[in-house]
Design a protein around this ligand. Structure first.
Ligand code: C2E
Ligand code: CA
Ligand code: CA
Length: 574
């Protein structure tokens, strides 16, 4: 009896334990966002648990044969993987996992199974867990998309384009084919962005991108590089995918207005640079670089055009690179000298001043014109040490002359915008003036008009500070930039230098004469002194005298000369 009592107690205890376990499992199931499918092979029984209805609402599964109902719930291409997962053979069954997509087109499900076996190795029980991973999967897809495509236009992004272009180049190498790279840049895009706002700017980029995507194909890659720049690569550019034909289509499209969501209509122009493998370059990045270089050339030559990277451009480019390298050495070894060109008053031909002009003889003994190397120095930054050297060297020479010759005249110095914009510029020049003890009223800084316009506020503020110290400011090359007389009013300048291009044509061209006369007249009214540059003939001199120009500079009265030759000249003046 005791024995029976003991067994009943034991059974009760076990039952209690079982109910507790079941409660625990039920709780776990209820709070799980997953769904479970439990298969009991022995009893041929199937149970669906936890969040089943979320994944498969209305699908009731009670027996093993019902499980086939699930095939209709997934996208076609996932039926086979799902069947593998549900795999119902009792032997050689393996646990596994996989990802399927439901018919709703949105829901991604990760399935994972676990199996119990009997002593003979037959499966007795199996559990399959279904987990919703849509959020992760969609994010992942987006990341994958962003790795290859540009969000704004849907075109290839720069990185992926470069990879695909590398494939083109590799194939072209094997097959002796040509690959053309077209660098397409919208003209005056900044004006669109600044004037109409970046949303409109984006819209324009998107619409043009959409049009360009029409060229995309097996042999044509279209990408959005950034901002307003697209790059197109064409494998074997012939027929309707020749560069000329693609350019023509683009040109025709952009002449027609783009309709914006603001209701505005906008037409565009683009500048296009083209470089071809193998003629222009042999590697992917060089090809893109060359196409970009000629795109800038197209911009410089008035925009709305196409430029090809050809032999003369390649030579110019190589020459610039060699100048660039030599320039860095020259800065180090200070391989420069200063020349000075006299300026004279028109009325009595007395010396007004000297303009300091830099000269560079490279290591091979060649003279390289400042018109060539100054722009390169401005680009690579060497203009800063060069500019400082020019200031120091010229002002030092000037102070020596002032000690030797009792003659009042002006030293004019060309200042590059890069140099002028630097914070330390004013302190720098004041320091040199102090060091050589020269009179700031006898120093004149020449600044070009185009530079002034680009950074108007900052430039004029600095000009005012310099003028407060007595330094003169001269507007160089006047007439080559915006040529607007109206903005001259109120400019903090003392002198206006009429560009040589006017003087060159005054005699022959009546229109130029009219403009030159207006410039001189206006400048006088505004109280500026006028200097005509590049005066080569007596005829020009007489004409300038007639129209009331104050000073002249040019080969007629004096070429740029060495420091020693200048001293001879100064000797005569005294
Ligand atoms: P720029 O300031 O307009 O200088 C005048 C240029 O015209 C000089 O050329 C001068 O030699 C030349 N020239 C003067 N009179 C005549 C003439 O009657 N006929 C002809 N055909 N040419 C004449 P250069 O010395 O080759 O200088 C070219 C430009 O390089 C200068 O133009 C200036 O913008 C820049 N530059 C020269 N030296 C410096 C410098 O030290 N610093 C900076 N930042 N730029 C400089
Ligand atoms: Ca000058
Ligand atoms: Ca000039």
């Amino acid at each position: 009896m005791d024995e029976l009592r003991y067994r009943v107690d034991l059974l009760n205890a076990m039952n209690q334990r079982l109910t507790n376990d079941e409660k625990m499992y039920r709780l776990i199931c209820d709070t799980s966002s997953n769904a479970f499918l439990y298969v009991n092979f022995i009893e041929n029984e199937v149970r669906t648990l936890a969040n089943w209805d979320f994944f498969f609402p209305d699908i009731e599964i009670r027996y093993i044969k019902d499980m086939a109902k699930l095939y209709s719930q997934v996208e076609d291409k996932y039926v086979l993987p799902l069947r593998d997962l549900l795999f119902l053979e009792k032997t050689e069954m393996n646990a596994g996992s996989g990802i399927i997509k439901l018919k709703d087109g949105r829901t991604w499900v990760e399935c994972e199974s676990a199996i119990l076996y009997d002593e003979e190795g037959n499966a007795t029980d199996k559990v399959i867990r279904f987990k919703d991973i849509s959020k992760f999967k969609n994010q992942n897809d987006e990341l994958t998309y962003m790795a290859y495509y540009d969000i704004l236009t849907g075109l290839y992004n720069r990185n992926y384009f470069v990879r695909l272009l590398a494939d083109f180049v590799r194939n072209a190498e094997e097959q002796n084919a040509v690959v053309a790279v077209m660098f397409v840049d919208i003209d005056d895009f900044r004006k669109i962005n600044d004037g109409l706002g970046i949303i409109v700017g984006d819209e324009v980029v998107q619409q043009l991108g959409q049009f360009l995507s029409g060229f995309q194909g097996e042999h044509v890659l279209v990408s959005h590089f950034n901002a307003d720049i697209y790059c197109i690569a064409i494998y074997e550019p012939t027929g309707n995918r020749s560069v000329g034909s693609v350019y023509k289509s683009i040109h025709e499209r952009i002449k027609k207005p783009f309709l914006l969501s603001t209701g505005q209509e906008l037409t565009l122009t683009v500048s296009v640079g083209v470089a071809e493998y193998p003629e222009a370059a042999k590697t992917t990045l060089e090809l893109i670089n060359c196409a970009e270089i000629v795109m800038f050339k197209a911009k410089k030559q008035g925009k709305d055009s196409i430029q090809y990277f050809d032999a003369p451009i390649l030579n110019e480019f190589l020459q610039n690179i060699s100048i660039e390298n030599k320039l860095k050495e020259a800065v180090f070894s200070q391989n420069f000298v200063m020349n000075f060109q006299p300026q004279y008053y028109v009325k009595d031909k007395k010396l007004r001043g000297m303009e300091a002009l830099i000269r560079w003889r490279d290591n091979d003994g060649r003279m390289i014109s400042p018109a060539v190397f100054i722009p390169i120095a401005e680009k690579n930054g060497t203009i800063v040490p060069i500019g400082t050297w020019v200031l120091e060297e010229s002002i030092k020479t000037f102070s020596e002359w002032k000690k030797k010759f009792d003659y009042s005249f002006i030293l004019s110095l060309n200042i590059s915008a890069i140099q002028y914009m630097r914070d330390e510029f004013v302190d720098n020049i004041l320091g040199i003036i102090k060091k050589y003890n020269v009179n700031p009223r006898e120093l004149e800084l020449e600044i070009t008009e185009s530079v002034l316009i680009e950074n108007f506020k900052e430039m004029t503020e600095k000009m005012c500070i310099l003028r407060d110290y007595g330094i003169r400011i001269s507007l160089d090359d006047f007439g080559t930039g915006y040529s607007s007389l109206s903005y001259l009013k109120g400019l903090p300048i003392d002198t206006l230098k009429v560009d040589k291009s006017f003087i060159d044509t005054t005699i022959a061209d009546e229109n130029t004469r009219i403009i030159t006369e207006s410039i001189i007249f206006m400048a006088k009214r505004l109280g500026f002194e006028t200097v005509a540059e590049g005066v080569e003939s007596n005829e020009q001199y007489n004409y300038l005298k007639d129209i009331g120009c104050d000073c002249i500079q040019g080969y007629l009265l004096g070429k740029p000369m060495s420091k020693e030759d200048c001293e001879q000249l100064l000797m005569k003046q005294v």
